[in-house]
Design a binder for this molecule. Structure first.
Ligand code: AMP
Ligand code: ZN
Length: 113
């Protein structure tokens, strides 16, 4: 997707603070962090929302959660706790339409809104 900001981040066209990369997954710090740790995980392949990942590509989800486990540990929030979430479409507040997983931690986050 030529006009997608997260595709441009994954390709290096737009700079970011990279946290992790492999052939399928890219992770980087959120530019507007909601906590001391706020990492975004994306599949390199463009899907606009969670709804748009076809069943044959769903293993990418478990792969991303495996990377999230590793990054949570590296960032030192695995034991204190963190939140992982995916926003999908309008009511969730999704603003970037390249599916992404938030990992937020480093402070008490309070109840979900
Ligand atoms: P969502 O509301 O789930 O679509 O979240 C989009 C997230 O992307 C927000 O937390 C933004 O702060 C973050 N974001 C937007 N642009 C950038 C960027 N260039 N680099 C890092 N994070 C970004
Ligand atoms: Zn994209």
């Amino acid at each position: 997707m030529s006009d997608c900001i997260f595709c441009k981040i994954a390709s290096g066209e737009i700079s970011c603070n990279k946290v992790y990369e492999d052939k399928d997954i890219f992770a980087f710090d959120d530019i507007n962090p909601k906590g001391p740790v706020h990492v975004l995980f994306i599949p390199k392949k463009h899907y606009a929302t969670l709804n748009d990942i076809p069943s044959q590509d769903l293993p990418i989800i478990s792969k991303i959660f495996g990377v999230a486990q590793k990054i949570a540990k590296e960032k030192g929030v695995d034991q204190t706790g963190y939140r992982t979430l995916i926003n999908t479409n309008r009511n969730s507040g999704q603003v970037v339409f390249h599916v992404h997983w938030h990992l937020i931690g480093g402070k008490p986050l309070g109840p979900m809104a």
